[in-house]
Ligand binder design. Structure first.
Ligand SMILES: C[S@@+](CC[C@H](N)C(=O)[O-])C[C@H]1O[C@@H](n2cnc3c(N)ncnc32)[C@H](O)[C@@H]1O
Length: 420
């Protein structure tokens, strides 16, 4: 059995190893708390250590789009995919030109705007006190009426964040859920001048975006080509062209429900209920997937220990989904696969996703260079105090592994290179 002292694994602190990105939340990286967003230093490390100039980068589970932001800073063309449509607007904000807007004037215009936007969300009264709703309809009415793209981008994250702050969602859980703690927050808000508080917070957040974008430009992003496909299902798509590097952090078993977390934002941004429902059905591992051959002893060893049928279903759906998609996509990757995974458990049983991925891709002919294990320090890790599915306390994720796999040049090709 493989142990923690496995020579193919090495401890690392990506934060300390990488030059040029001062902190994990610097620049565009700290603008929005996307669940399980990886730290930019992981991507920067992979590119600095392994990529050649001009190599293209692809992330099929891009989330917030960290891979793209780092690839741009390091000068690589990139392509990002994600089921979550938020990727599109969040990545536009992260890579926007330095905004030249008068923030205070924008807030005044929002205050006096008469436009109204009502989200297609029948359940909205469950999430917001009734006093807030007409007020939010006007704030978002102003947003949707904006024709100036830059002003709209500048206000997107502030409005999303502050709207959530004014909702009954518990901000300390990275899934949409009400709690006594969130009720208390709203009661406090309702006792004060909440209208003023709303505008103040939006203004402060807008200034934070202006600062973040200025920091981002201080990192000298290059004029690279980028393709972003948001709201798509990675399990059914193929790459249109070959890419050099795939770097991604797929979902970690059941650790998150991304669409469920994002749905409040999506409704206010104008996505209809039917679209969100449809996206929900495509999220890994909460969906049916076609079986795929998993080439890993560890996968089968753990599988044999799972007695509960529904857990077996989740376990299979997870690995079939991720490995099915990545097995198809790796054919179009010419140089490296970088797979970032956290520790995950299934009903308290550890599931070493990194080992399973490594075994599977080495069986497909990739060479395992190393697995680098980092300890998570600053990220506010999600986790439900109690996992609703099991009723068990969820353990916090403490480490995250970067599995580095290199495309093996077929023997015949290697020989012909050495002896032309
Ligand atoms: C761990 S997160 C990626 C976080 C990302 N590395 C970042 O820095 O923000 C995994 C992502 O997988 C996405 N996902 C889940 N099911 C998917 C599917 N069927 N197709 C595409 N993306 C999917 C989720 O929306 C989520 O953004």
């Amino acid at each position: 059995m493989e142990s923690a002292r496995d020579p193919r694994k090495r401890q690392i602190s990506f934060r300390n190893e990488v030059r040029g990105i001062p902190s994990t939340t610097y620049g565009a990286f700290g603008l929005y708390a996307y669940p399980a967003k990886f730290i930019p230093q992981v991507v920067a490390y992979a590119l600095d250590e392994y990529a050649d100039p001009g190599m293209t980068v692809f992330d099929p589970f891009a989330g917030y789009g960290t891979t793209g932001v780092v690839a741009g800073i390091r000068g690589h063309d990139y392509e990002l995919w994600d089921l979550n449509p938020l990727l599109e607007v969040l990545h536009k904000v992260a890579t926007m030109k330095q905004p030249r807007q008068d923030v205070d004037r924008l807030i005044t215009e929002m205050r006096y705007s008469c436009h109204e936007f009502i989200p297609d969300w029948p359940n909205r009264t469950y999430w917001f006190p009734e006093e807030f709703l007409p007020f939010l309809y006007r704030a978002w009415g102003f947003y949707h009426s904006l024709e100036d793209e830059e002003a709209k981008l500048l206000l997107t994250i502030p409005l999303l964040k502050v709207t959530r702050f004014f909702s009954l969602d518990d901000l300390y859980r990275q899934k949409l859920s009400r709690s006594p703690r969130s009720r208390k927050r709203l009661d406090r808000l309702l006792r004060g001048n909440w209208q003023e508080r709303f505008y103040e917070k939006v203004r402060d957040e807008a200034y934070a975006v202006v600062r973040g974008i200025a920091e981002h430009h201080g990192l000298s992003p290059k004029p690279v080509r980028r393709t972003v496909r948001a709201g798509i299902d990675t399990l059914t798509l193929d790459l249109a062209k070959d890419m050099d590097i795939l770097i991604t952090s797929p979902p970690y078993l059941q650790a998150q429900e991304y669409i469920r977390h994002a749905k409040m934002d999506l409704f206010w941004l104008g996505y209809p209920q039917a679209v969100i429902r449809d996206l929900n059905k495509k999220e890994i591992p909460y969906r049916d997937v076609e079986p795929c051959e998993v080439q890993s002893d560890t996968y089968y060893r753990i599988r044999r220990q799972i007695e509960e049928e529904h857990l077996l279903g989740t376990f299979d759906a997870y690995f079939w989904g991720i490995l099915g998609a990545l097995t198809r996509l790796q054919r179009k990757i010419s140089s490296y696969l970088f797979l970032v995974v956290g520790q995950a458990t299934l009903r308290g049983r550890p599931v070493p996703i990194d080992d399973i991925f490594r075994q599977h891709f080495t069986a497909l002919g990739w060479t395992h260079e190393i697995t680098l294990v980092d300890t998570i320090v600053t990220r506010r890790m999600f986790f439900y105090d109690n996992n609703p599915a099991t009723g068990l306390k969820d353990k916090r994720m403490r480490t995250e592994s970067l599995v580095v796999l290199k495309k093996t040049i077929p023997h015949r090709v290697r020989m012909s290179c050495l002896h032309p």
